[in-house]
Design a protein around this ligand. Structure first.
Ligand SMILES: Cc1ncc(COP(=O)(O)O)c(C=O)c1O
Length: 442
């Protein structure tokens, strides 16, 4: 155990502190809230991996917002770039300006060579919605294959192709042409198999799904390299490569939603680099602005060729302020070698979390790559019964001890391990120490 005088974090328990409590109350009376469960903490400022609340408490952050602050909260280079742009120009829509052009150049220079065009938008949902539109427009077909558990956003196309009920339930029929197939969730395999013996049965089942559901107008497939919102569910190695092979064999487009998985999160700049794939379209969001709202779609120039004037446009997409952020984030990713740090610290953290899980009675699975890992919380390791209430308890106990974590999952029972990629060994050790104390006390 670390001595208290050595610690980075300090919390005057119990939370919420008086100022957080007052702010949370004011907030609930002003803004319509349907948020998920959070610890009762009102943030005042955040730098790197450290969050200060309005009561003077200091936390280590494993949320990165919601996997957004990849370069760390308020990275000085990013803050400076945004300040400078804001002092010059905030919006010029589709007129050329140096920030937007330089951002586009920097982005396409960083992506795999075949993705030689980008287009800027503002949110991840817009990026996935645009990818769906592009696949339809390019092929002249309208069916999109998506996956059980996938989350692509809350707009109609994104929600419809996604495979979670949360953004769809109560909103009437989803978009026409969305066809869904099982994603390999190996801890809870739909086929009651194991990765060792299944031979990627999920992929074989794709043919069956398409045979039963397609009316002969397949445009493409949209997949997350790992399921994020569904609970950081990673497919077995080779699955993505085989999925592209399947798409090519059917003569349809292959698109990836890297809104969450890119920008070093998995220990490589792009999650697609872990596999041998050449997607036609890739969606980006979250880390691309690392706190400044922006998103993008990457594509081959041939895809853009299918579009006419005005078909792809957005009021705020590519605005100078966001573009300055895109440039600064890419510079920081490279100069600070953040994908390498994510891999190094991520390996260390995963090893430690795996050990903690073995000692604990409630962590059924530890999975992930780089600095995106999930701890699946269960009532019983044999029955694997999900316990969202215990996950909430863990969030509160962690916060009271100086660690901010969130939860995701189809059942709401997966603790998110997703710190900013600038986390160092000392911060990782202290936060693991807190997590160990909480999990082993349950
Ligand atoms: C993989 C993925 N795609 C799309 C989105 C939607 O992004 P946004 O909330 O910025 O619209 C998310 C958000 O969590 C996501 O994780």
């Amino acid at each position: 155990m670390l001595q208290s005088r050595d610690r980075i974090t300090s919390v005057n328990t119990p939370l919420p502190g008086p100022n957080s409590k007052a702010l949370l109350e004011r907030w609930s009376e002003a803004e319509a809230q349907t948020f998920g469960f959070q610890a009762p903490v009102a943030w005042q400022s955040a730098q790197g991996v450290i969050v200060h609340d309005v009561d003077g408490n200091v936390f280590i952050d494993w949320t990165s917002g919601v996997l957004v602050a990849n370069v760390g909260h308020c990275h000085p280079r990013l803050v400076e770039a945004v300040r400078e742009a804001a002092g010059k120009i905030l919006n010029c829509y589709e007129y050329a300006n140096e920030y937007r052009v330089a951002a586009a150049e920097a982005l396409v220079q960083t992506t795999p060579e075949h993705l030689d065009r980008c287009f800027f938008l503002s949110t991840g949902s817009e990026a996935t919605e645009q990818a769906i539109r592009l696949m339809k427009r390019y092929t002249g077909c309208f069916e999109i294959v998506g996956f059980h558990g996938a989350f692509h956003g809350r707009t109609p196309g994104a929600a419809g192709v996604g495979g979670m009920s949360m953004p769809k339930k109560g909103y009437g029929p989803p978009i026409a042409g969305a066809i869904h197939a099982p994603y390999p969730y190996c801890y809870r395999c739909a086929f009651k198999s194991t990765p060792e013996k299944c031979g990627l049965m999920c992929l074989e089942f794709l043919d069956e799904v398409v045979r039963a559901n397609s009316c002969g107008s397949l445009a493409g497939v949209l997949a997350e390299p790992y399921l994020g919102t569904a609970g950081f569910i990673f497919p077995p190695d080779g699955w993505l490569t085989e999925l592209e092979r399947w798409a090519r064999a059917h003569g349809i487009m292959f698109s990836l939603d890297e809104v969450q998985s890119s920008y070093g999160r998995t220990g490589k700049m792009w999650a697609m680099e872990w596999e041998n794939v050449t997607p036609d379209i890739v969606c980006l969001g979250k880390g691309i602005g690392s706190g400044v709202p922006t998103s993008a779609v990457l594509m081959k120039s041939s895809v853009v060729g299918a579009l006419g004037p005005g078909e792809m446009s957005s009021t705020a997409g590519g605005n100078p302020l966001s573009s300055a952020a895109v440039i600064a984030v890419l510079e920081v990713m490279k100069s600070e070698r953040l994908p390498d740090n994510a891999r190094k610290i991520g390996n260390m953290m995963k090893e430690c979390l795996t050990w903690i899980a073995e000692q604990s009675r409630c962590v059924g699975d530890v999975r992930g790559k780089g600095l995106v890992m999930g701890l699946e919380i269960v009532a019983d390791k044999n029955t694997k019964e999900p316990t969202p209430e215990l996950a909430k308890e863990i969030i509160v106990r962690c916060a009271n001890n100086g660690l901010l974590v969130g939860r995701v999952g189809i059942f709401g029972n997966v603790i998110r391990v997703g710190p900013p990629l600038v986390i160092n060994e000392e911060e990782a050790e202290e936060s693991l120490d807190i997590m160990e104390g909480v999990l082993l006390s349950l």
